[in-house]
Write a protein that binds this ligand. Sequence first.
Ligand code: XBP
Ligand code: MG
Length: 254
Amino acid sequence: MGKLAALLFDVDGTLADTERDGHRVAFNRAFADAGLDWEWSEGLYGELLAVTGGKERIRHYVGRFHQGFSPPGGCLDHFVAGLHAAKNRHYLRLLEEGAVPLREGIERLLRQARAEGIRLAIATTTSHENVTALLRHTLGPEAESWFEVIGAGDVVAAKKPASDIYEYVLARMRLSPGDCIAIEDSANGVRAARGAGLCTVITVNDYTRDDDFDGAALILDSVGEPARPFSVLAGDVRGATWLDTRVLESLIAG
Ligand code: XBP
Ligand code: MG
């Protein structure tokens, strides 16, 4: 333990505010395409985010609000899979249109880590295609190659808050959790990362501000920039006003 070997990034809510203006909008467009009058408001979507995974979220919503729903074709799983595929097509279009920028300070932190030889990876619940599209449309065509492993979606049996995706990424990178830091935004994320033994930094967003971040080393309102300092909600940043590799290293050096 001591030298920071890698940063493992969550995607949705952490790299970008993908949920409110990306996935949520795309779910609603897919529902409308299917002739459904389902509408996920910003508030309702905040509640539904407790369930990770888009397919799982739709199934949960149907069970909670439309119990008597009989899907066209008869098979709910099949219908949900179709809706989710349509949602992802809308989501990719939104990314292409530039509807979802990176959060403040993310590009700076990624570039600094790369310049210092700190390895990068992704550990997310969404799909590989959604991740690479976000990277491409925000950081350019080379950005996918910045990440040594993209651990995404259904490659593991259990999604966050299970720790499987972080364990998968650590195994692929042949790294110990004590040499890495996870950057997350949600209660499900911190549970997953802590479950894999990772020191975890949280950057909250409007959907996760009131989550339970038990076990997080640091809770910030954003990664911050030199000109736009972060607010520290919990933890010791040793006087820093934006998150950089020096602050992150101090967290695992103890
Ligand atoms: C993200 C999710 C995902 C997205 C939608 O959680 O829960 O389900 O909301 O993506 P995390 P999909 O940030 O903890 O990885 O529809 O592709 O699942
Ligand atoms: Mg997240």
